[in-house]
Design a protein around this ligand. Structure first.
Ligand SMILES: C[S@@+](CC[C@H](N)C(=O)[O-])C[C@H]1O[C@@H](n2cnc3c(N)ncnc32)[C@H](O)[C@@H]1O
Length: 406
């Protein structure tokens, strides 16, 4: 039975009455806010007629382009933290025309002067970088999706050489991967790596898989002190290993390896984010895994960039290096089998990944992927309050070799 306006309003009112404001940015703190926003959106959509939705979409398009332009022109940095600034002053300081400043993202008072909001202030740091990466790397190629599909057929892109991203950059015939294309602009590459931090809340790093179980046992410390506990493959500049090591104290940094492509490892060496002791290794995961017999090979937010065929190719490079008790850990979004408004952002990310030739996956998709290369799923560790988890796998038929009795 269709929900009535009053039943939706009463649902919203119930959520509002139990709502406790929080400044936390972890999945659990954001969940009640998301529930309230989803309930409000449901009401909004039930009230809108199609013409109003077109207006809302148009406004969003204009707002996105305005914010991106203002970020480039560093306009938000010119706002005083307290008080307002006149359009004239702002134009002089930033060199932009007043017309560009009229966005709901900033405020305007009765004398016509402009003030900042919590949003424009936040966009001066990491949230702005995340916005920029979503705009530059996903929105721009995504707007050309109809053109791409007309050229390549209406099928899921499965290649890292030919996908909407490479097509948008006129590089589909260049034999370059998405990453190689992105690496041509070091500033954009840096924004991508650092801005990704904000997506941490969608695929939390910690809190649902116990990384302490990968620490060496007393016996191992004596017999195989150099055994690697954790290899973070495609681990970026080291923010993820830093977070893991800060919360799972039994893990010794010297038993942790961070792997990524040459230019990312150069950046990691420069930025020095990974804790002292962590070994930085330049490694291309399409080639044989050099770290043998590690307790766990971990990919976070990597598989969603690739098709099933390519993920299988990456896994096949690790399988020969695995010990009987080694684990593969894939941390990614876990799409629900049936999509609801609460998971709308996972659908958006699924589309964003498709632009680069990848996709988000369901639990079942992961089981099939593992099965196809001779691995079996041991457990799915779901993150509380997020549509994400760690899929834990091992070599098929190696059930006896447990990682510290896990
Ligand atoms: C979406 S980022 C995820 C980074 C990090 N794991 C995180 O969760 O923040 C994907 C990472 O995979 C790396 N990558 C892509 N292709 C690679 C390859 N062939 N070998 C090694 N790393 C690769 C990229 O450089 C990038 O750092």
């Amino acid at each position: 039975m269709a929900e009535t306006l009053s039943s939706m309003v009463s649902e919203l009112s119930q959520l509002a009455s139990s709502y406790v404001p929080s400044t936390g940015h972890d999945a659990a703190s954001l969940a009640p806010k998301a529930a309230l926003i989803n309930a409000s959106r449901k009401i909004m959509y039930s009230l809108m007629d199609p013409g109003m939705l077109v207006q809302a979409h148009s406004l969003q398009m204009a707002e996105l382009v305005s914010v991106r332009t203002l970020l480039d022109l560093k306009v938000f940095e010119k706002f005083p933290t307290e008080g307002n600034i006149t359009g004239q002053e702002l134009s002089e300081k930033s060199g932009v025309q007043q017309a560009l400043l009229a966005s709901g993202f900033i405020t305007q008072s009765s004398d016509g002067s402009y003030g900042s909001t919590k949003f424009s202030q936040a966009y001066n740091s990491v949230p702005g970088m995340f916005f920029t990466l979503m705009f530059d790397h996903f929105l721009q190629p995504m707007t050309d999706l109809p053109k791409y599909l007309a050229k390549h057929g209406a099928t899921e892109p499965t290649s890292f050489y030919v996908n909407p991203y490479s097509d948008y950059h006129n590089a589909s015939d260049s034999g370059q991967t998405t990453w190689e294309i992105m690496s041509k602009d070091p500033e954009k590459l840096k924004t991508f790596q650092i801005g990704l931090e904000i997506g941490d809340v969608m695929v939390p790093i910690t809190g649902y898989y116990d990384f302490n179980q990968l620490a060496l046992t007393e016996e191992e410390k004596e017999k195989t002190p150099d055994r690697v506990s954790l290899v973070d493959i495609g681990g970026g500049v080291g923010k993820v290993v830093k977070k893991i090591l800060s919360e799972y104290k039994e893990l010794d940094p010297k038993n942790v390896v961070l792997e990524d492509q040459v230019n990312i490892m150069d950046l990691a060496e420069k930025e020095k984010i990974a804790p002292e002791g962590v070994k930085l290794l330049k490694h291309d995961f399409w080639t044989e895994q050099p770290v043998k017999g590690a307790k766990a090979y971990y990919f976070r937010r990597v598989f969603h960039d690739y098709s099933d065929e390519l993920c299988a190719k990456a896994l096949n490079q690790i399988i020969p290096a695995m010990a009987p008790d080694s684990r593969i850990l894939i941390a990614d979004m876990l799409l629900p089998e049936v999509m609801s408004a609460a998971e709308a952002h996972t659908a958006a990310l699924d589309v964003a990944c498709m632009v680069m030739g990848g996709k988000e996956r369901t639990e079942e998709n992961f089981r099939k992927l593992f099965d196809g290369v001779g691995l079996e799923v041991v457990a799915i560790h779901r993150a509380q309050g997020a549509a994400a988890g760690v899929v834990e796998g091992r070599l098929k038929g190696k059930g006896g070799g447990e990682v510290n009795g896990a």
